[in-house]
Design a protein around this ligand. Structure first.
Ligand code: BV8
Ligand code: ZN
Length: 253
């Protein structure tokens, strides 16, 4: 699957960026945004649910959706793809992981300093005053019945607690964006894994890397807008391709 030139190019890289989307967690059982919504949410567009107006219009529906997703993440395990990306640290001088995902599976696989461009399910805060909220310990019961669930209220101002994610129409954290943009411009290899490359501005990062001379490697079972720009495209599941790549690197290391 991998030529010796490709593998040696990776081993010679000074700085590798791994940029991931929802497809990274698909083999951990976490549905992607492209997957059809299930349950109560199958009649709703995720772009509407994942927005401030969507939340204000129906807090219990949106909070229930996020709690259901958080419960799935708490029950999930990092897959072989996450573990292989953590192993990649042993074969690269510098490895930066940037994710669009709001789960913590990269961290649980062993990667440190992961940049979460779209926030995290594990960092809820008050919608009104921004104070952080701490979840009760344990896995939320699958919200009974319809899975609508009223959000808790802020202990300081009584405002509704919201998920710690970046919703559509909200700006990304400038710190996270600057970190990601700098890494894309400095790296010599940029992996784009498990993302449909449709959401802006994150979708700009691969092209930013190519513009600055990086080799672009895409891992995805289906076509994306990056197909024509990737120097290497491995068509398939990250849970198979990344472990095979790390095994091949170990053999020539
Ligand atoms: C902003 C957190 C401005 C929430 C998310 C019109 C045109 C262009 C842009 C826009 C437009 N209208 C509005 C915009 C901007 C908008 C946007 O991009 N909209 C899209 C829909 C067009 N962007 C924003 O709003 C951003 N903010 O622009 O702010 C601003 C500036 C200043 C002041 C005020 C405002 C904020 C965007 C962030 C939204 N939040 N997530 C939550 O999770 O609930 S986005 C969310 O969706 C994910 O984080 C992710 O980024 C995205 C889903 O994309 P993917 O991760 O790629 O997942 P997807 O399901 O699409 O694809 C999965 C892929 O995996 C597939 O390709 C599949 O083949 C592959 N796959 C499947 N299995 C595997 C696999 N690959 C490998 N292995 C497998 N096993
Ligand atoms: Zn508050």
């Amino acid at each position: 699957m991998f030529t010796e030139d490709f593998l040696l190019g990776l081993l010679r890289a000074k700085h590798i960026v791994v940029f991931t989307g929802a497809g990274m967690s698909a083999e951990s059982g976490i549905p992607t945004f492209r997957d059809a919504q299930t349950g109560l949410w199958e009649h709703y567009d995720p772009h509407v649910l994942a927005s401030p107006s969507g939340f204000l219009a129906n807090k219990a529906l949106v909070w229930g959706w996020y709690e259901w997703r958080r419960m799935q993440v708490l029950k999930a395990e990092p897959n072989a793809g996450h573990l292989a990306i953590a192993d990649l640290m042993s074969y690269s001088e510098r490895l930066t992981v940037i994710t669009q995902n709001v789960d913590d599976l990269h961290e649980r696989a062993g990667n440190r300093g992961v940049t979460h461009l779209h926030g995290s399910l594990h960092k809820p805060r008050c919608f009104d005053c921004g104070s952080p909220y701490t979840f009760p310990v344990g896995i939320p019961d699958e919200p009974a019945g319809s899975r609508r669930l009223e959000p808790p209220n802020c202990s300081l101002c009584n405002g509704p607690i919201r998920p710690g994610v970046v919703w559509f129409g909200e700006p990304l954290s400038s710190t996270d964006w600057n970190t990601a943009e700098k890494a894309a411009m400095e790296c010599d290899v940029f992996f784009s894994i498990g993302t449909s490359s449709l959401v802006w501005p994150a979708s700009q990062l691969p092209e930013r890397a190519v513009l600055h001379g990086a080799k672009l490697i895409q891992i995805n079972p289906t076509p994306t807008p990056l197909d024509s720009k990737a120097h290497y495209h491995f068509k398939g599941n990250v849970g198979e391709i990344m472990p095979a790549l790390v095994t091949s690197l170990a053999e020539i290391f």
